[in-house]
Design a protein around this ligand. Structure first.
Ligand SMILES: Cc1cc2nc3c(=O)[nH]c(=O)nc-3n(C[C@H](O)[C@H](O)[C@H](O)COP(=O)(O)OP(=O)(O)OC[C@H]3O[C@@H](n4cnc5c(N)ncnc54)[C@H](O)[C@@H]3O)c2cc1C
Length: 357
């Protein structure tokens, strides 16, 4: 596999300070190494190196995937513009994708049909004109771009700095994150499941509820996790927003794997029949009238779970409301004392706040 490379260099007065800001920002997400004026980190996607001194900021990115390279360049460029306080700062990238103007991970989708899976879960089948194979590899989630009512879509593009330029004003797109529940490469279709949750202004749920055949939607991705095929045992816990990803992982994991699922939903009517070749022990947890994001049911179930089992080769995945995830994470690390590498937690939505990704 060849390594793709890109670099940039920009004259900027407070270059050291910018590296400090990157360090603070990244440290919230993953481990970074600081050596004097240099900051670098490595993830499964690739390596990032940056340095700031004597009025010059430099960055280098190495990675295996062109889409990921573009995303990292965009992320670095957007933060550089923000941290410098100069929205008009001029710089260019050299190397792979230097002349790219279109987002390589942007797809145009057209709704084919919609139907309810359960009373509160509505599925949209969306056809993708090109690139379905790409959408079905490398990640389980996408960001949908909801087009303002009655407007012809104006999709984002890349500026010369590598930053993503989003349409504004009447053409502003609303972005929300959803899981690809199924993908059919032959038919060039993906399926997304939308939770019909409570709320006044909720563009994602509203799109899921009202979209009809022929409607256009932008799709950026894929990103996020992958099916954990390398471990022997999994514990998955989540509310209905995580049901699509948990169901997909359960369905795709092969025979011989041991999976425990705790799935919190509104009530018994929200149960789905999920088939798998793996050995699955699935527990439904019903809120029965309690508001989503407040029941504590997942934490209670995880407190009852026997963590002494399967500790040699396991993966634990937890996703639900952000505040509930925080409590569960505390329990897993401080009380259950599970090794940090054994689990991954994700806040999929925030109680009382719009998800402005
Ligand atoms: C990686 C990832 C994958 C996801 N996959 C899916 C998926 O496949 N299907 C899915 O439906 N969601 C999924 N979500 C969650 C979804 O992105 C959020 O629920 C999002 O907030 C929905 O946007 P909205 O426009 O409907 O509501 P927003 O405009 O974001 O929020 C409006 C109000 O609704 C509340 N709200 C948001 N979500 C819920 C909820 N589930 N229950 C109760 N109140 C809520 C908010 O607190 C806020 O008060 C995923 C999130 C992530 C990060």
């Amino acid at each position: 596999m060849s390594v793709l490379f890109a670099e940039t260099s920009v004259e900027i007065a407070n270059a050291e300070l910018i590296v400090d800001k990157f360090q603070q920002h990244f440290a919230e997400h993953f481990p970074v190494i600081r050596e004097g004026t240099v900051l670098h980190y490595e993830t499964e996607y690739g390596k990032v190196w940056m340095a700031g001194e004597k009025g010059r900021f430099q960055a280098e990115v190495n990675c295996y995937d062109a889409h990921v390279l573009m995303s990292i360049k965009a992320m670095l460029a957007e933060h550089l513009l923000e941290f410098s306080g100069d929205k008009h700062l001029r710089f260019r990238w050299q190397g792979h994708g230097a002349d790219l103007n279109q987002l390589p991970n942007l797809f145009e989708g057209r709704v084919v049909r919609a139907f309810n899976v359960t009373p509160n879960m509505r599925r949209l089948v969306i056809s993708v004109s090109e690139g379905i194979e790409r959408l079905m590899t490398g990640g389980l989630h996408v960001r949908i771009l909801i087009v303002p009512q009655g407007r012809t879509p104006v999709w984002p593009h890349l500026s010369q700095t590598g930053a993503v330029v989003w349409p504004e004003g009447d053409d502003e797109l609303i972005r929300r994150v959803y899981t690809i529940r199924y993908g059919n490469v032959e038919r060039q279709e993906i399926e997304l499941d939308f939770v019909m949750h409570e709320g006044n202004h909720m563009p994602g749920a509203h799109f899921g509820a009202t979209a009809k055949a022929g409607d256009l939607v932008g799709i950026i991705g894929p990103g996020g996790g992958v099916v954990p095929v390398e471990v022997d045992a999994c514990v998955f816990a989540g509310d209905e927003t995580a049901l699509p990803v948990i169901s997909r992982m359960v369905e795709e994991l092969p025979a011989g794997k041991k999976i425990t699922v705790y799935a919190e939903v509104a009530d018994e009517n929200e149960r789905q029949d999920i088939k798998s070749e793996a050995d699955v022990n699935w527990t439904w947890l019903y809120r029965n009238g309690k508001a989503a994001g407040t029941s504590g049911l997942l934490e209670q179930a995880l407190r009852r779970h026997d963590w002494s089992e399967d500790s040699d080769s396991r993966h634990i995945f937890i996703a639900c409301e952000k505040g509930e995830v925080r409590e569960i994470k505390k329990f897993l690390s401080d009380e259950a004392k599970l090794p940090k590498n054994d689990f991954r937690t994700a806040g999929y939505w925030v109680l009382g706040e719009a998800d402005d990704h």
